[in-house]
Write a protein of this length. Sequence first.
Lengths: 136, 136
Amino acid sequence: MARINHLAIVVEHIEPALKFWRDALGLEVGQVQRNEAEEVEIAFLPLGESEIELLAPLNETSGVAKFLARRGPGMHHICLEVEHIEAVMQRLRAHGVELLNETPKENEAGTKYCFIHPKSAFGVLVELYEPGQRGR
Amino acid sequence: MARINHLAIVVEHIEPALKFWRDALGLEVGQVQRNEAEEVEIAFLPLGESEIELLAPLNETSGVAKFLARRGPGMHHICLEVEHIEAVMQRLRAHGVELLNETPKENEAGTKYCFIHPKSAFGVLVELYEPGQRGR
């Protein structure tokens, strides 16, 4: 287990939230991009070896939109970076931990990722992340 | 803004939660201590330059016990380490951000800290932390 890769925070809209995180608190904004697959707009705010990620829904039916409707804005998930995601997933399964995807997903940067069911992690949505060569 | 100092997660009891964080996920446990002032037991799990902190209530009337009763277990607050906490607090006030304590509190290690009201941080409880000489 290498580090906290990012902490994801759900907000209604990116720009008002940046008034707090960027303007008041003084964090840098790395980039803001649309992720059509996850139906979110994401602002990346590097912070030491980690990032704060602000997620805003692109529509009213996405997972993030449903989270907002149910719980309001706030912390959504914590992403832990690992070296060998399959080995960690196998170890988790051996301990009876439920995973939301049984094999790692892979994004366009070659990063492998999976989510752990919050009921196995005491209410926390935990993402695991093995950065791909193109994502380093 | 230097780094994420810690992410605090509220659980009902420390030991069952360690079955996930320590045994299944493989994180090291730095120490487990009682904080009588905050009425919590805390397990510190170092992770890169940050820590995961598991908080369990020592009684049924503490702030953490009320959080558990209201929201269930889950992420409680994010703590950001800063170099000069008073300067950051002044900047936040100038941007209309509401602080939960108007002057920094100080713990026995000499660390200065304060909390930002979640309504000013879009639903996130944010702690600021300036480590004292004894806490480094």
